[in-house]
Design a protein around this ligand. Structure first.
Ligand SMILES: Cc1cc2nc3c(=O)[nH]c(=O)nc-3n(C[C@H](O)[C@H](O)[C@H](O)COP(=O)(O)O)c2cc1C
Length: 143
């Protein structure tokens, strides 16, 4: 059975620093093996990540992510059974505010611009749109 986990956390490393980029490399190395797919967005000092996969694999990854020193204040926004993969084919899709800004998109439509206060459905919609529009990149392509 497939499970998903969506959370938001406060980043403790600078955007595009070596420590930040390492996260994408971890995801590239591990997610395909664990049959994990998902999406990671970074904006305004927050990481927001959606991960999905078999329950055992997801539990294993959650343990690692929960104790990772590169972020803190990890807040679960949604988790549980999910009928189909949302980000099928992506080891981990990613964007940051320079590639695609949640704040800019939300402001344009008159929705909550602060990602740490936005409703789950608006965050997921943003991620879906970034994949559809071609803005999202894949950790498979990180040099
Ligand atoms: C915001 C954030 C997202 C992460 N996402 C993933 C991920 O999708 N897959 C992964 O393997 N590690 C991810 N990590 C890294 C893990 O927490 C962990 O450090 C890493 O998997 C350890 O890899 P290692 O055992 O090969 O050193 C993430 C870390 C942070 C801070």
């Amino acid at each position: 059975m497939l499970y998903h986990w969506l959370y938001i956390s406060t980043a403790k490393v600078l955007p595009r620093s070596p420590e930040d980029v390492m996260i994408y490399l971890h995801a590239r190395n591990r997610n395909a093996d664990l049959e994990i797919t998902g999406y990671l967005h970074r904006e305004n000092g927050y990481y927001t990540q959606y991960v999905e996969g078999p329950k055992n694999a997801l539990d294993q990854l959650k343990l690692l992510i929960n104790k990772d020193w590169r972020h803190e204040n990890i807040r679960s926004l949604s988790e549980g059974h999910t009928p189909v993969r949302r980000f099928s084919g992506w080891d981990m899709a990613f964007t940051d505010e320079e590639i695609s800004s949640f704040r800019a998109v939300q402001t344009r439509f008159g929705y909550e611009p602060d990602i740490s206060k936005a409703p789950v459905q608006e965050i997921l919609h943003f991620m879906d749109q970034a994949v559809l529009s071609g803005d999202a990149q894949s950790v498979a392509d990180v040099a």
